[in-house]
Design a protein around this ligand. Structure first.
Ligand code: ATP
Ligand code: MG
Length: 146
């Protein structure tokens, strides 16, 4: 088993500024008013794990996952979600105590994945995640309506 140590969201959906969300060791709950971005955090988790269907992350197309400027701000050029996984029990085949996964989406809709700062293909990301039995379309993420 692994656990999420923290998530960082920047230019993705309603997160214009880089936002770091630390996760506690036990369970974590996200609270906030309607429309404040709670479900967008769930979409960010699906996104960084390599999910391909934009619609399942509540966007018409992949480029719409990028912060659109809202009513008065400048739209972002790209959107990034970074997730730090605990690797203290060596679930992943890496020496470090933490594994850092990130995905950036550009306006053209293409994605760049990185593991510990190094560019990786989506297949390599899925291979790494499979060590922790994580699958971007699996039931480790249960969405509203599922
Ligand atoms: P509820 O309690 O109603 O479920 P919520 O906290 O889950 O609300 P979200 O659905 O996460 O809210 O966030 C909705 C907000 O995200 C809306 O204001 C919407 O305009 C904004 N949003 C979605 N996509 C983008 C985007 N690409 N750029 C900027 N804002 C976006
Ligand atoms: Mg919601």
């Amino acid at each position: 088993m692994t656990k999420i140590n923290r998530i960082s969201i920047h230019g993705f959906k309603s997160f214009a500024h880089k936002t770091d969300i630390p996760f506690d060791k036990k369970y974590n709950v996200i609270l906030g008013p309607n429309g404040s971005g709670k479900s967008n955090v769930g979409d960010a988790v699906c996104f960084v794990l390599g999910r391909l269907s934009a619609k399942s992350m509540r966007a018409e197309k992949a480029a719409n996952l990028i912060f659109n400027g809202g009513k008065s701000k400048k739209p972002a050029n790209q959107g990034t979600v970074e997730m730090a996984f605990c690797n203290e029990n060596k679930v992943f085949p890496h020496d470090a105590k933490e594994v850092l996964l990130s995905r950036t989406i550009t306006k053209k809709g293409s994605s760049v994945y990185k593991i510990n700062g190094k560019k990786r293909t989506r297949t390599e990301v899925l291979d790494t995640l499979s060590h922790a039995k994580i699958n971007p379309d699996g039931y480790n993420m249960i969405l509203q309506g599922d």
